[in-house]
Design a protein around this ligand. Structure first.
Ligand SMILES: Cc1ncc(C[n+]2csc(CCOP(=O)(O)OP(=O)(O)O)c2C)c(N)n1
Ligand code: SF4
Ligand SMILES: [Mg+2]
Length: 305
C-alpha cells in the first residue's frame, strides 16, 4: 500500500486504525495513541516483533487491529527476533519465493523496560550487525504491564510501585536517545502522540532510510502515572512545552531539535497533574526536588543552539 508522505496539517493525517478498535487497553493510553499514529504511516506491510509489555495485548486474534504479522519474543530478545524475520524475508526474496513487492518492514515494538534494560544487549548486537529494522519504544517510564515498577527510564522522584519512599525513585532517567546515537545508527528520534505532525514526519524519515533506526515515544500512562485519562494529550503537550521531553532527531552524526519551546512554562505545570509526583507538592512543597528537576531541564536547553 502506498502511504501519503505530504503531511502539512492535522487534516492530512489518515484516521487512526487502532483507537476505538476494541483493544483491551486503558482509556487515555498515550502509548496506544502514538502507536496508532505510527501505524498509520507504516501501513499493513509491517511485521511487529514484540517483547512482553502492555502493547502485547494488541496481538490477540481475532481482536488485533493490525493487518500485518506479529512475532512475540522473550523480553531480552526482540532485536534478535527481528534479525531472524529479516533474514527469512531476504532468503525468500532471493529464492524468488516472494516478489519484492511482498517484502515487509520489520519493526521491533517494546516498552521502556525492555528497551533500556534486558533488551539492550541484543539491541547493541543488532546495531553492530547493521540490521535493517525500525525499533519503536513506547516509553511509559516503568514496567506498566506488571503494575508500574520502576525501570531505567523512570524519572527522578516519580513514585512507582517499587519506589514508595517519601522521595519516590532516587535514580535518573537513562538517556536512551544518546546511547543509540553513540552507536551511529541510521536514524534516532523522539516523538509523542500529542504532536502527530512531528511524529508522522519522523516515521516518514525513518522509512526512507535503511539500517538500524530508533523511535522513542514518550507515552503518558494514566494508570501508571496516576491522572485522569482525559488529561493524556494535555500532559503530552506540557511535556514538550516545559522542555522535559525534547523533540529531536539524530542523522549523519548530528542532533537537530524539531521543536524548540520558546517560552518554557515551569516543569511543575507538567508534574503537578500526575499523582506519581503528588508528594512533591503535598503535604508541603519539596522545593529542593522541584528546583533540581527544573535546573536539569534548564541546563539541557542551555546546551541547545
Ligand atoms: C524475562 C522476563 N521478565 C519479566 C517478565 C514479566 N513482564 C511482562 S511485561 C513486563 C513489563 C515490561 O515493561 P516495559 O517493557 O516497560 O513495557 P510496559 O509493560 O510498560 O508496556 C514484565 C516485567 C517477562 N515477561 N519476561
Ligand atoms: S498501563 Fe499505561 S501504557 Fe499500559 S495500557 Fe494502561 S495506560 Fe497504556
Ligand atoms: Mg514501560
Amino acid at each position: 500500500m502506498t502511504q501519503d508522505t505530504s503531511f502539512r496539517s492535522i487534516k492530512d493525517l489518515p484516521s487512526t486504525h487502532l483507537l476505538g478498535s476494541g483493544t483491551p487497553m486503558c482509556a487515555g493510553c498515550g502509548g496506544l495513541l502514538a502507536i496508532g499514529e505510527i501505524y498509520n504511516v507504516l501501513g499493513p506491510k509491517t511485521i511487529f516483533v514484540n517483547a512482553a509489555g502492555c502493547m502485547t495485548m494488541l496481538s490477540v486474534y481475532p481482536f488485533t487491529p493490525f493487518r500485518g504479522s506479529w512475532l512475540y519474543t522473550a523480553m531480552a530478545s526482540a532485536p534478535a527476533g527481528a534479525q531472524g524475520v529479516r533474514d527469512a524475508l531476504d532468503i525468500l526474496r532471493e529464492k524468488e519465493r516472494i516478489p519484492d513487492e511482498e517484502d515487509m518492514r520489520v519493526v521491533v515494538l517494546t516498552g521502556d523496560g525492555s528497551a533500556n534494560g534486558m533488551g539492550l544487549s541484543s539491541t547493541s548486537a543488532a546495531i553492530d550487525r547493521g540490521l535493517d529494522f525500525l525499533y519503536i519504544c513506547y516509553d511509559n517510564e516503568g514496567y506498566g504491564n506488571t503494575g508500574q515498577q520502576f525501570s531505567a527510564a523512570t524519572p527522578h522522584t516519580a513514585r512507582t510501585s517499587t519506589s514508595t519512599g517519601s522521595l519516590g525513585y532516587l535514580g535518573y532517567k537513562k538517556d536512551l536517545f544518546s546511547i543509540w546515537a553513540a552507536n551511529r545508527p541510521s536514524y534516532v528520534a523522539t516523538v509523542i502522540g500529542s504532536e502527530p505532525l512531528d511524529l508522522a514526519r519522523k516515521i516518514e524519515a525513518a522509512n526512507a532510510l535503511s539500517g538500524p533506526r530508533f523511535i522513542i515515544a514518550l507515552s503518558p500512562c494514566p494508570t501508571g502515572w496516576d491522572y485522569d485519562p482525559a488529561e493524556s494529550v494535555n500532559i503530552g503537550r506540557l511535556a514538550v512545552k516545559t522542555g522535559i521531553w525534547p523533540l529531536k532527531e539524530y542523522r549523519d552524526g548530528r542532533v537537530t531539535h524539531t521543536k524548540k519551546p520558546r517560552k518554557r512554562p515551569p516543569v511543575e505545570e507538567y508534574l503537578k497533574l500526575q499523582g506519581r509526583f503528588a508528594h512533591l507538592f503535598r503535604p508541603e512543597r519539596n522545593e529542593v526536588a522541584l528546583c533540581e528537576i527544573q535546573a536539569r531541564v534548564d541546563a539541557y536547553w542551555d546546551t541547545v543552539e
